[in-house]
Design a protein around this ligand. Structure first.
Ligand SMILES: O=C(O)CCC(=O)C(=O)O
Ligand SMILES: [Fe+2]
Length: 349
């Protein structure tokens, strides 16, 4: 449980002035992995949002329910037990503080590497449930990346998924628990209410692909291109995928020989594509539990604009860097920071 006294709640950001949702918004794109045209559904979803919901995903419900119940059991333990998984530096148990640069949220979490994690040796049943779940979710993530490669005509079709399958893949798993937050009163039409409390502040995910599953409690929001925020209706039977946004039908991504993270994609397209900003608002009544697999490339993978995407005498906006260098920089920044700024040539000069 997140333990905070009533006055201390004031240290959490409250959101009062939400830009109203875009009038154009209808619903989160849906991809049915059992349909032959799923590749078109994925490409369309990427063109629109870089964020979509997946059904018929092939991950057994028993793996999902078991991991959810193990995670719930873990978070209901006394604080000192949870802290035995180690401090989040970056892997381990964290409470309210996200990162080391002042971000706080109404959340507690467990951050793990997807390789054997020594931190969980005291929690054997949790660890076993995690193993089954992760194997199945990774398989689905690879299938999505391969289907996406088909849709984008990327050859070979495992050009993206092989980065996740690599033994050195730097993939991460995160379980977030947002206890009900007392005193949340969203601002109503008369301007009353103290505003929503931030569970997890706005940010973009750095890895290649994020695969999120949550219980049936709302809270997740994504930012549209016009800067407005929309709420993602929860669905405990489906997965939500965050890949990359802003593909255009004539996008040079159709010629991508390889693929890196959403943020790195901004580099590879020389600033043309960005990843989806999202955040979580806390709920006053129900706890939210989310489990996210972040598929990442090996640490030594180089991230640089692709020569095939440079037009004429266009210069690269970025210096070349490795995934390791980017991650080091990400851990030294705040959630909402532009983590690429250190690699921009203009910022560096
Ligand atoms: O808890 C959620 O629903 C999303 C959390 C998130 O965006 C993250 O852990 O990167
Ligand atoms: Fe995220």
């Amino acid at each position: 449980m997140v333990v905070v006294s009533k006055p201390a709640i004031e240290q959490f950001s409250n959101i009062r002035n939400n830009k109203p949702a875009s009038a154009l918004f209808t619903q989160i794109p849906l991809v049915d992995m059992s349909k032959p045209d799923s590749k078109h559904q994925i490409i369309k979803a990427c063109e629109e949002f870089g964020f979509f919901k997946v059904i018929n995903h092939g991950v057994p419900m028993e793996f999902i329910s078991l991991l959810e119940s193990e995670a719930t059991k873990f978070f209901s333990l006394p604080l000192c037990e949870k802290q035995k998984t180690g401090q989040p530096k970056p892997y381990g148990y964290g409470n309210k503080r996200i990162g080391t640069h002042g971000d706080v949220g109404w959340v507690e979490f467990l951050l793990l590497t997807t390789n054997q994690d020594p931190n969980l040796h005291r929690f054997q049943s949790f660890r076993l449930a995690l193993g089954d779940y992760m194997k199945s979710v990774k398989k689905m993530a690879c299938e999505i990346l391969e289907t996406m490669a088909d849709g984008l005509k990327i050859q070979p079709r495992n050009a993206l998924s092989k980065l996740l399958m690599d033994e050195e893949s730097d993939s991460v798993f995160r379980v977030n628990h947002y206890p009900p937050c007392p005193d949340v009163e969203p601002v109503n039409a008369n301007g009353n209410g103290n505003g929503d409390v931030i569970g997890f502040g706005e940010h973009t995910d750095p890895q290649i692909i994020s695969v999120l599953r949550s219980n049936n409690t709302s809270g997740l929001q994504i930012s549209l291109k016009d800067g407005s925020w929309i709420s993602v209706p929860p669905d405990q039977n489906s997965f939500f995928i965050n890949v990359v946004t802003d593909y255009s039908p004539q996008s040079p991504l159709h010629n991508f020989p390889s693929f890196l993270s959403p943020n790195s994609l901004a580099v590879m397209t020389n600033g043309r594509f960005k990843s989806v900003k999202h955040r979580v608002l806390s709920n006053s009544v129900k706890p939210r539990l989310s489990m996210i697999y972040f598929g990442g490339p090996p640490l030594s993978e180089k991230i640089a604009p692709l020569p095939s995407l440079m037009r004429g005498d266009q210069q690269s906006l970025y210096k070349e860097f490795t995934w390791f260098e980017y991650k080091r920089c990400a851990y030294n920044s705040r959630l909402a920071d532009n983590r690429l700024i250190h690699f921009e040539k203009i910022a560096a000069s």
